[in-house]
Design a protein around this ligand. Structure first.
Ligand code: UDP
Length: 316
């Protein structure tokens, strides 16, 4: 029997990003321990990994301590789409804060390297554009998005304090909007909403006038970035932005989905959600120079793959 490359824990491993990460780590020769409470994820995402002898699944909520032996911890667990994280906002903050404390405690005991997937939401409704890691953000601390934004900000604080106080090997990345196969079809995110609407011939729901912008990164690129960050020198702590700098208005995205699904059911304009950021675009200079990482998959190509996934695996 071949010796595994190491033992990696992926919290939130049955989620959209987590499942892709588990798959990649298995392909790279790791033993993978996937931990998930299935709050916003699905066993379907990891069903194809269950037969692999190097893959292990544990149902566990990271707000409770976890005792396992691992070499690397990818700490992803947290509902991440606005409708999921706003459904039980107190639990969202607990997941971000208590979950991080528990996983940092695990890293401290085992000596494992630990990576946090933080978020572009920590920049709030940004006043500088594009967003660099040096920008401290513009977050409403008492609004409906605060449970996630402030939860992740507190998680970053904890990571850096554990690093300074206990010499933990930490890695903090800030993920911008990511899309691709295995996005939850009902998570309310713009890419999945638009594709689902078009493929079921219902009007695309554009919030506001659709002039707000986002930058969309295809999942395979993002996973490359997570792996590069984990494998970087111990002196590299981050924070580092990971995202695709291509910036699009939501109206432009709607046009692209209509064009590439070949279905035009029209557009419904709905009210803009509270505290919805107006512009978002990562500055990835640091990721390029420190990790040698940059995304390679343009939006149209990634959208085409994602549309195909929704057509065949979700609606097929
Ligand atoms: N949005 C939209 N229609 C939808 C879902 C989202 O116009 O059906 C907008 C939303 O208001 C936001 C952007 O698309 O400006 C991205 O929303 P999403 O929930 O995907 O992610 P966010 O970046 O806001 O966390």
């Amino acid at each position: 029997m071949s010796i595994a490359k190491g033992r990696a824990l992926v919290t939130g491993g049955a989620g959209f990003l987590g499942s892709h990460l588990c798959e990649r780590l298995l392909n790279d020769g790791y033993e993978v321990l996937c931990v998930d409470n299935f709050y916003s994820s699905s066993k379907d995402n990891i069903a194809h990994l269950m037969g692999n002898p190097r893959f292990e699944l544990t149902r566990h909520d990271v707000t409770f301590p976890l005792y396992v032996e691992v070499d690397e911890i990818y700490h992803l667990a947290c509902p991440a789409s606005p409708i999921h994280y706003q459904r039980d906002p107190v639990q969202t903050t607990k997941t971000a804060v208590h979950g991080s404390i528990n996983m940092l405690g695990l890293a401290k005991r085992t000596g494992a390297k630990i990576l946090l997937t933080s978020t572009s939401e920590i920049y709030g409704d940004p006043l500088i554009h594009p967003q660099t890691e040096d920008y401290w953000g513009n977050v409403n601390p008492i609004g409906p998005r605060a449970c996630y934004d402030e939860g992740k900000r507190a998680a970053e604080t904890l990571f850096f304090d554990y690093h300074r106080q206990h010499d933990l090997r930490i890695k903090v990345v800030r993920l911008f909007n990511t899309y691709g196969p295995r996005m939850h079809p009902q998570d309310g995110r713009v890419v999945s909403n638009f594709i689902m609407s078009a493929l079921t011939n219902k009007p695309l729901t554009v919030y506001g006038e659709g002039q707000q912008t986002r930058s969309f990164c295809y999942v395979d690129d993002l996973i490359d970035g997570l792996i590069a960050m984990m494998n970087s020198d111990d002196t590299v702590t981050g924070p580092i932005n990971l995202g695709n700098p291509g910036e699009f208005t939501i109206a432009e995205l709607a046009d692209l989905v209509i064009e590439h699904t070949g279905v035009n059911p029209g557009i419904d304009y709905l009210p803009l959600p509270v505290d919805d950021p107006v512009r978002r675009q990562p500055d990835i200079t640091r990721a390029k120079s420190t990790l040698g990482w940059a995304p390679t998959i343009p939006l149209v190509e990634g959208l085409t793959r994602t549309i195909e996934y929704f057509r065949t695996s979700v609606l097929g």
